[in-house]
Design a protein around this ligand. Sequence first.
Ligand code: NAP
Length: 309
Amino acid sequence: MEKYDIIIIGAGPGGLTAGLYAGRQGTKTLLLDKGLVGGAGLMVPSMENYPGFELIAGMSLIAKMKKQTEKNVAINEMENVESIEKINNGFMIKTSETEYQAKSLILATGATHRKLGVHGEDEFKGLGVSYCATCDGLLYKDKDILMIGGGNSALQEAIFLHNVGCNVTIVHRRDKFRAEKYLQDKIDEKQIPVIWDSVVEEIKGNQMVESVVLSNKKDGSKEELKVQGIFIAIGDTPSSELAKELAVNVDKYNHIIVDKTQKTNVDNVYAIGDVTGGVKQWVVACGEGAVAATYAYQGLEHTNNRDIN
Ligand code: NAP
């Protein structure tokens, strides 16, 4: 069985940065991801707030990060971590491929899309219902679609959909957005229509989505809009199941609780990025990755047990 100093679970921006730091500190580190490197980061159409890049697509930045990190540590994609068990001198990690041992763990498991929970959402997933503008946007060129949500993701994706030629309208449940001002300004500038104070009640169709029933929260009125697609960007749910199996403490929203060193309540287990809640930004996840890898390294040095082979 392969033994490592540090295993990082999740290869988004935070996990990749943790891998970069851990590798450069000379630890034997493995980065595992159940999907492709980048995770949800691959779906970000464009970013204007990652220092050093005035404008860059998530996919491009992930490609650069991956190239840099894999010079320093091994990265295994498409390898799902099925269980983690605490053992005498570390952790036993069972994956879809094999088993590993590690002295320290860094959990960078991110979060998954929150669902609306309305009738038709599951039935028409992939048939007009999408959670990823970058992946599916082009399929809806020249079509009438709705973007649901009022945060950074919804506005960013609405701009992307508009730019690829979709007739996109935003539906938001309140009368103001929570997204950053620069995104709100772009929505105005591009004259993307917004339906305020409204929620989706039902998604209807035959083989594919054909219409959406909206309900106005202020006056209770309902309207049925003919649309070919509906994109949903209403936040996320932390992926903290593995952490909970290890008796790692989470808050009431299931975010992993960490201290300033990104350490959890369980010795030698660190957590970073969206799974810990807080400010969910790439630059924050990357910073947390650097912090966790540094303290994980120091912990190994301190206990003088880096050599587990
Ligand atoms: P978010 O900031 O949590 O916003 C979710 C939006 O969906 C809110 O406007 C919320 O409405 C709405 N919503 C929630 N549940 C709903 C429901 N059941 N029905 C209708 N609307 C619902 O989520 P996000 O936009 O995905 O962003 C997640 C995190 O990533 C945030 O911290 C964000 O700042 C960050 N992010 C950053 C960037 C960037 O760097 N520019 C880009 C994307 C995301 P209310 O406003 O009424 O609560």
